[in-house]
Design a protein around this ligand. Structure first.
Ligand code: COA
Ligand code: AMP
Length: 627
């Protein structure tokens, strides 16, 4: 492998040649003769005349090459107290049959299949089975409540839904089947069938004519072959929080995705066939799609699916136990998880208990990693600690350090250098690149590289207005930051109302919609408060309707319960302040930034456009008072 600087330069000089070379990592049914077509979709299409199947590349080709006995998936579940190893040959056998079961239920190329599943092997196998048929999966994180699931069902219009009967959270069994039934009662679209994987902790009641038992359906099915699809054919849709209550369905294609992920495994993560990668995330998030399921399998590595937490399952040594037991080479987690470990094992006593000699590097993403946490873990591990910045829309790192290219310099607080494929600049409000060291809107020069979402599900216009309209010729990431003198990118925070709670992306707009739906609330705002563990947590400020008198404690309980019921426990919405008025401009715009500064004890500059400056003091008093 060349070094980072020369590889990046080679991409800059000849991007098509760079991606044509990377495309050799993939088996094509029809190899690409054209690399990029700028006339298709919102910004273009990669490998427009090629055909392939992602499942073939993730499983069949490794078995055909004689690696069937190699471990594909290690399921490690402290929640069930089990470890299960699945070889490539076993994974292929099961995926063929699961695909056959879906086919028998009518699933064909282009049909959508929603997955509502916890961290069990069947989640990954179902995703691969969909890929095998050319069906489009859409996984929904288990921490979302029925209304969020219903929104996704209505948008994706799945032919079939695959769910587990339950998920296991410390201290409670999350009964998914009743949540799914509740979502189906709320949704206008109804699937033809649901396939339920029954787990020992809770067995869901199956509705005759609609629900099928996963294991029975798999056992009875004929194995299904791979369906060859266009490289531009959607592999999946993953919904993520946007700036409104309605989530965005980010589309991922087969061809660009396979090429970009395989390339990133070599350059960024330094993972090759036979090695072990562990991304401690969830199949409901993009990290789970890319680096638990697809990327490790595309390169013939072993992936770990961990159903547990960084702490409490059973202790803050859980991560290091997994690394030692499964000889993990590359690990990936969210800074929040490390902060949780640090709170309970600040001296790293448990880190010292395990043999971590297999570990080459620790990658961190999902939220900004605060330097104290990065420095703490780097000292204790004495291995490269690598922050990488990306988002659901991009599917793989925009910036990082590059283990496979020998660039591992530790610069805590920075997100690293752009991956070859990305030209990242901080733009001013007029769309001009700012000189290095100046903070602006972090944007990526078009076209986006392969693997990035080409559009939103059946919504090209929505893609253009969300990402391309603000700065013509550029993709707006929604993050603010700067590029420093060395070319390293620093990510400072969002420029919109998305917040990041424990590495989970959430919309404050969606929470405001829920609060505004309460019968006693006249108006409201949700802002992010800094949190030592979760990075950010939401905080609601509500104004009661005229004439309504409520005992605040009871009202707050109702509002907290409402957000949990409508969005889900993952929102971690626990704090609400009842106030007389919200600060607004004279034109009626709520000054959320002012409230956020007050909440976080930052200096506040009251804008001259404020309607009533005394409201600022009242908000300050409300935060200072016990609530
Ligand atoms: N299904 C159902 N509920 C879920 C869930 C799932 N898959 N994941 C989380 N929840 C629930 C939790 O049980 C919790 O519910 P509670 O309010 O009843 O306690 C709530 O959602 C919030 O969960 P979480 O954010 O996990 O907070 P926590 O306090 O339980 O744990 C950490 C704190 C730091 C241990 C945890 O946030 C963590 O591991 N974070 C890392 C996140 C991560 O890896 N993100 C991936 C991005 S790359
Ligand atoms: P998601 O789409 O859920 O992956 O969330 C993407 C958002 O998380 C980004 O736009 C950033 O705001 C934030 N994020 C992800 N990784 C990082 C990182 N390494 N540093 C700073 N912010 C990050």
């Amino acid at each position: 492998m060349p070094d980072y600087t020369s590889l990046y330069a080679s991409w800059q000089t000849a991007p098509d040649a760079y991606w044509a070379h990377a495309a050799k990592l993939i088996d094509w049914d029809v190899a690409p003769t054209r690399i990029f077509d700028g006339t298709q979709g919102p910004y273009g299409a990669w490998f427009p005349d090629a055909r392939l199947n992602t499942c073939h590349n993730a499983l069949d080709r490794h078995v055909a090459a004689g690696h069937g006995a190699r471990t594909a998936i290690i399921w490690d579940s402290p929640m069930e107290g089990r470890v299960v190893e699945i070889s490539y040959a076993q994974a292929l056998e099961r995926v063929k049959k699961i695909a056959g079961a879906l086919k028998k239920l009518g699933v064909q190329k282009g049909d959508r299949v929603i997955g509502y599943m916890p961290m069990i092997p069947e989640a990954a196998l179902t995703m691969l089975a969909c890929a095998r048929l050319g069906a489009i999966h859409s996984m929904v994180f288990g921490g979302f409540a029925p209304p969020e699931l219903a929104t996704r069902i209505n948008d994706a219009k799945p032919k079939v839904i695959v769910a587990a009967s339950c998920g296991l959270e410390p201290g409670r069994v999350v009964q998914y089947k009743p949540l799914l039934d509740a979502a189906l009662a709320l949704s206008d679209h109804k699937p033809d069938a649901c396939v339920i994987f029954q787990r020992p902790a809770f067995q869901g009641a199956l509705t005759p004519g609609l629900d099928h038992d996963f294991i029975a359906a798999e056992a009875a099915a004929e194995p299904a072959d791979c369906v060859s699809v266009e490289a531009t054919h959607p592999l999946y849709v993953l919904y993520t929080s946007g700036t409104t209550g309605r989530p965005k369905g980010v589309v991922r294609d087969h061809g660009g995705h396979a090429v970009a992920l395989a390339q990133s495994m070599h350059t960024t993560y330094g993972v090759t066939a036979g090695q072990v990668m562990w991304a401690a995330s969830d199949v409901g998030w993009v990290v789970g799609h890319s680096y638990i399921v697809y990327a490790p399998l595309l390169v013939g590595a072993t992936t770990i699916m961990y159903e547990g937490k960084p702490v409490g399952t059973p202790d803050p040594g859980a991560f290091w136990r997994v690394v030692e037991q499964h000889k993990v080479n590359t690990m990936f987690t969210a800074p929040t998880a490390l902060r949780a470990v640090r709170q309970q094992d600040s001296e790293g006593a448990l880190i010292g208990k395990y043999d971590l000699s297999s570990l080459n590097a620790l990658f961190l993403a999902g939220e900004r990693c605060d330097p104290p946490t990065a420095i703490w873990i780097q000292k204790l591990l004495d291995k490269p600690v690598i922050d990488n910045w990306w988002q659901t829309e991009t599917g793989w790192p925009i910036t990082s350090r590059f283990l496979g290219l020998g660039l591992t310099e530790f610069k805590p607080g920075s997100g690293g250098r752009p991956s070859p494929g990305y030209d990242v600049q901080a733009l001013d409000e007029a769309g001009e690149p700012l000189p290095r060291g100046n903070v602006g809107n972090l944007c990526i020069k078009l076209p986006m590289p392969p693997g990035c979402g080409p559009t939103l599900w059946q919504n090209d216009e929505g893609y253009v207005s969300a990402y391309l309209k603000s700065f013509p010729g550029w993709y707006r990431t929604g993050d603010a930051g700067m590029v420093d003198e060395d070319g390293d990118v620093w990510i400072m925070g969002r420029t919109d109302d998305i917040i990041n709670v424990a590495g989970h992306r959430l919309s404050t707009g969606a929470m405001e919609e829920v609060l505004a739906g309460h019968k006693d609330i006249a108006e409201c705002a949700v802002i992010a408060r800094a949190d030592e563990l979760k990075g950010e947590v939401p905080c609601g400020l509500v104004v009661l309707k005229a004439g309504v008198e409520r005992e605040p404690e009871q009202l707050v309980k109702e509002l907290v319960a409402l957000v949990r019921e409508k969005i889900g426990p993952v929102a971690a919405f626990r704090e609400v302040l009842v106030v007389q008025k919200l600060p607004k401009t004279r034109s009626g715009k709520i000054l959320r930034a002012v409230m956020k500064k007050i909440a976080n004890n930052e200096p506040v500059v009251v804008p001259g456009t404020i309607e009533d400056a005394s409201v600022v003091d009242a908000i300050r008093d409300a935060f200072a008072a016990p609530h």
